[in-house]
Design a protein around this ligand. Structure first.
Ligand SMILES: NC(=O)c1ccc[n+]([C@@H]2O[C@H](COP(=O)([O-])OP(=O)(O)OC[C@H]3O[C@@H](n4cnc5c(N)ncnc54)[C@H](OP(=O)(O)O)[C@@H]3O)[C@@H](O)[C@H]2O)c1
Length: 251
């Protein structure tokens, strides 16, 4: 930091294995909160802006909540990862100039094709290589967001010299089941999708049933809203076309 003297530090580093975090809470907090406190102090010394990428998983504890959360709503996570990211937000707020960006279900394409486990969209494409039926959770409401759109949103906030906490996600709401269905359709992949409940897909860490984020504050600050989540899928599939064509040839 001292050698590079950045104007802006975008902290994308995090412990992101939500299930493994349940068994290693201290290590998770070290990366997601303690390290952010060090970054914030360093940003203050250099008068740099700290951009902390956070998550919709800071919500979820209010099980009956059914309207998109705004930045003023009290957070309450349901798992260790969410709690560590909430502590990371508090740490980031110690930077004089900081932007904390809550986003959700991040995915993006890359030149080498999808990698299983890298993100949900990649994992779905990988499953299509050897499966004709996938069962996907249909009762977790969120807005998976295309990373280039979120990155644009962050740049816009920085250009506007915005400060504080912002929700930055693609427009609209969906479930993982509906998202996967749209993904396969857009890619022209013949896949049967079956919606299941969270209870039918047990994981080490509980997930929020509802983590939709209201982006009115972002829209008011930047004058635009991110594209719809279906547009994110369309752009992702367009970028993955070379891989999808190779897959067709193998089939
Ligand atoms: N993925 C999502 O759906 C999602 C949703 C909402 C918010 N977010 C947030 O978005 C940000 C990026 O997430 P992502 O999914 O892109 O994460 P990711 O693919 O898991 O990448 C995390 C990065 O953090 C680095 N990292 C982990 N521990 C580190 C340590 N101790 N020291 C230095 N670097 C370390 C990793 O480096 P190595 O590769 O070298 O291990 C990796 O490059 C995170 O803040 C995450 O909480 C993610």
């Amino acid at each position: 930091m001292a050698n590079f003297r950045p104007d802006v530090v975008v902290n994308c580093a995090a412990w992101t294995d939500v299930d493994a975090a349940e068994g290693s809470p201290e290590a998770c907090v070290a990366v997601n909160a303690d390290a952010v406190r060090v970054l914030a102090a360093s940003c203050n010394e250099l008068n740099a802006t700290l951009v902390q990428v956070s998550t919709d998983y800071v919500y979820g504890v209010r099980e009956n909540h059914v309207t998109p959360y705004s930045e003023n709503d009290v957070a309450g996570p349901v798992n260790v990862y969410g709690a560590s990211k909430l502590a990371g937000e508090e740490a980031a707020s110690q930077a004089r100039k900081h932007l904390t960006i809550r986003t959700s279900g991040l995915y993006a394409a890359n030149d080498h094709g999808p990698v299983r486990g890298r993100n949900f969209a990649d994992t779905m494409l990988c499953l299509a290589a050897d499966k004709r039926l996938v069962k996907i959770v249909n009762d977790q409401h969120c807005t998976p967001s295309f990373i280039p759109h979120v990155a644009d949103g962050i740049l816009n906030l920085l250009h506007n010299k915005s400060n504080g906490l912002f929700h930055v996600v693609n427009n609209g709401s969906t479930t993982w089941y509906e998202f996967a269905h749209e993904l396969f359709q857009t890619a022209g992949i013949d896949m049967t999708t079956q919606g299941i409940t969270t209870d039918e897909y047990p994981t080490a860490a509980p997930r929020p049933r509802f983590s939709l984020l209201n982006t009115n504050k972002f829209v008011a600050s930047t004058g635009y809203s991110l594209p719809h989540w279906r547009t994110g899928i369309a752009e992702y599939i367009e970028s993955m076309k070379p891989y999808l064509l190779r897959m067709e040839r193998v089939a």
